[in-house]
Design a protein around this ligand. Structure first.
Ligand SMILES: CC(C)(COP(=O)(O)OP(=O)(O)OC[C@H]1O[C@@H](n2cnc3c(N)ncnc32)[C@H](O)[C@@H]1OP(=O)(O)O)[C@@H](O)C(=O)NCCC(=O)NCCS
Length: 167
């Protein structure tokens, strides 16, 4: 029997535990705490929601997650991660496309993100979607004092175009 393709859906509080397992595997030095995920999800529902958090689920297992914050027309990719055994299958791209769709829904004019300067794989993914480097944040990642590359995707609001460019 072949495994089914991963499906994307809204992240809920009961996903926090399996998401944290991935988080600690993929970001061992600066993993988010449970409280950070709880706080993000607290802003993800209702008429004044400013967050969109998604998980990728395959055969009952959480294999990826990502989140976008949208404040005053600016989106921010807060986090995106895929289980190692799923890298290179296109799942990161699907998740990012969905988050950019959320940015369109929030009528964001631009989407920003920070990525470690040594994370070439993630940078390639973002470039593929049209993100461009705009600067550095020195020593952004602690411990380790690693710089962040800040990248930006300029988008169009829904009144100007039907969807975010770059997909
Ligand atoms: C960065 C990350 C999210 C990318 O996820 P991913 O699922 O591997 O991304 P994709 O599969 O969409 O793209 C990766 C590569 O697979 C290729 N690919 C895309 N679709 C594919 C498919 N259907 N079949 C085979 N390969 C495919 C892409 O062309 C891309 O190739 P490239 O490396 O030459 O650019 C993932 O590596 C990860 O979780 N890393 C650790 C956490 C992290 O660094 N997060 C980012 C923090 S800023």
């Amino acid at each position: 029997m072949t495994a089914g393709a991963a499906g994307l859906r809204e992240m809920r509080w009961w996903d926090i535990a399996p998401v944290l397992e991935l988080e600690h595997d993929l970001f061992p030095e600066d993993a988010w705490s449970p409280g950070m995920f709880w706080s993000e999800l607290a802003h993800a529902r209702g008429p004044f929601a400013t967050r969109r958090y998604l998980v990728a689920e395959q055969d009952g297992r959480i294999v990826g997650y990502g989140g976008l914050a949208a404040i005053d027309g600016t989106g921010d990719i807060q986090t995106i991660a895929i289980a190692r055994d799923q890298w290179g299958t296109g799942l990161g791209g699907r998740l990012l496309a969905e988050l950019l769709g959320a940015a369109t829904d929030f009528e964001c004019r631009e989407v920003l993100l920070e990525v470690r300067v040594d994370n070439a794989r993630a940078q390639r993914l973002y470039e593929r979607f049209g993100f461009e480097p705009i600067g550095f944040r020195r020593g952004y990642y602690q411990p380790g004092n690693v710089d962040a590359l800040v990248m930006r995707l300029t988008t169009q609001t829904s009144s100007e175009a039907p969807s975010v460019q770059g997909t």
